[in-house]
Design a protein. Structure first.
Lengths: 224, 224
DNA sequence: TGTACATCAGTGAACGCGCGTTCACTGATGTAC
DNA sequence: TGTACATCAGTGAACGCGCGTTCACTGATGTAC
């Protein structure tokens, strides 16, 4: 690289090569680099092959040793994101199986907290517009909307949480699945619009969330 | 343009130039071309200056006669989208000012119908991730989240609709603004997640929407 | 223990592409005299 | 009515950039004999 007649070395630090059997280490570094870019730039489009290589301190073609192409890198970021979300929810609900309502609220708060704390990651997980291109007739029936197992995990926790309230006589729900859909969609709308329009005079998120969950799950007032 | 030794003329149709005072006509054609691209490709990133020029059948630099840069074109698409949404809502609610609940439901149905019928447009209006870049300290306090007047128009209709139900004794709402926030966010979540994950076993949208509006606006059962 | 060699992990240079933007221009259209 | 000219609407060629991907390569590391 040459600028103004002065030879400039690209400021990539000389990477110490992994040892013989440890090539897989770089794979994790690549995903971590992509996640850092996502976090920093706030948009999925910033995750380009060359940007990831720069961030990871490697040459661009090195990525091909670990991923088929750039989409595979983004896919790995998605998988890591869903795993992270499920982990957060489980961490918030583990070891407090006393009150089913408290459990349900804790899980929902963990979901919303994740979305607000890592908006770029959340947006990639749930906000990506599946380009509604004219459906290629020759295309195999692709798995719609990336239901990567962890996504369903999180939703199942919600359904179970409502069902537990019903079992404890604390919810009037007759269809926990449907009510979980209502709670999930409402939570998603709350966080994604709030991120979209931060200048709007939003009421406090905690209050709205509590109402969303208690009403959506048809929680009955505590019987005396 | 030359391919395989054969001279190929770019298949842009020879555009008949606008007459002297009618240069503004092209501006509308440019916006219309950008909207067609958005509709067809389903993603905002497809709206590039060159793609718009191709779609409009003009040379790329011709756009600069009507817009400062490519972002201005996208801004015009946004404005047109918000205007279109407000128009749809008004069309659905005009001339049926009899029952405030029917009015409220009609407006909300128009919102959801717009979002489902033109998902790409809707996504651009409400789903764009404002890149949460580290806030440039030198930057002027930008209008947050593009509150283009028509957007607030639509929300105000919702607030007024709930207030009208209260005035008619049909709603128990004590804070129409807050309840409008609840209805708006829930509607947004319903449509955007449904578009994101079309393979999910969603319950019928109409049913969910009706519940969303009636519960969110705290509509009381009709008094006998 | 020594040495030839296969393998592994990663590199540097190059390709063709579409992009946003600039620049000097062209040719029709209306206007001043 | 005729003609020179300013203006308007839009063009074609070119620039530099970052991108995804390919190709032949390099040099350290472990292994077979």
């Amino acid at each position: 690289v040459r600028m103004c007649g002065v030879s400039v070395t690209p400021q990539r630090k000389a990477r110490t090569r992994n040892r013989r059997g440890e090539g897989g280490l770089l794979r994790e570094e690549i995903v971590a680099a992509a996640e850092r870019i996502l976090e920093r730039e706030g948009t999925e489009e910033a995750i380009t092959l060359r940007a990831v290589a720069r961030e990871a301190g490697i040459a661009a073609p090195s990525i091909y040793g670990h991923f088929d192409d750039v989409n595979a890198v983004i896919g790995a970021v998605l998988d890591a994101g869903f795993a992270r979300l499920a982990m957060r929810i489980k961490a918030a609900t583990d070891g407090r199986d006393d009150d089913p309502i408290a459990l349900l609220l804790a899980g929902c708060r963990a979901y919303v907290t994740f979305a607000m704390a890592e908006p770029a990651r959340y947006l990639v997980l749930f906000g990506r517009g599946r380009a509604p291109n004219r459906p290629e007739p020759s295309e195999p029936p692709e798995p719609a909307g990336r239901p990567a197992e962890h996504q369903l995990d999180a939703f199942q926790i919600l359904v179970d949480g409502i069902a537990a309230c019903v079992a404890a006589g604390r919810s009037a729900s007759t269809d926990p699945f449907r009510d979980a859909v209502m709670v999930w969609t409402h939570m998603h709308g709350l966080v994604s619009l709030r991120q979209f329009a931060p200048g709007f005079p939003w009421p406090p998120l905690d209050d709205l969330l509590t109402d969303t969950v208690l009403q959506g799950a048809k929680i009955k007032p505590a019987s005396p």
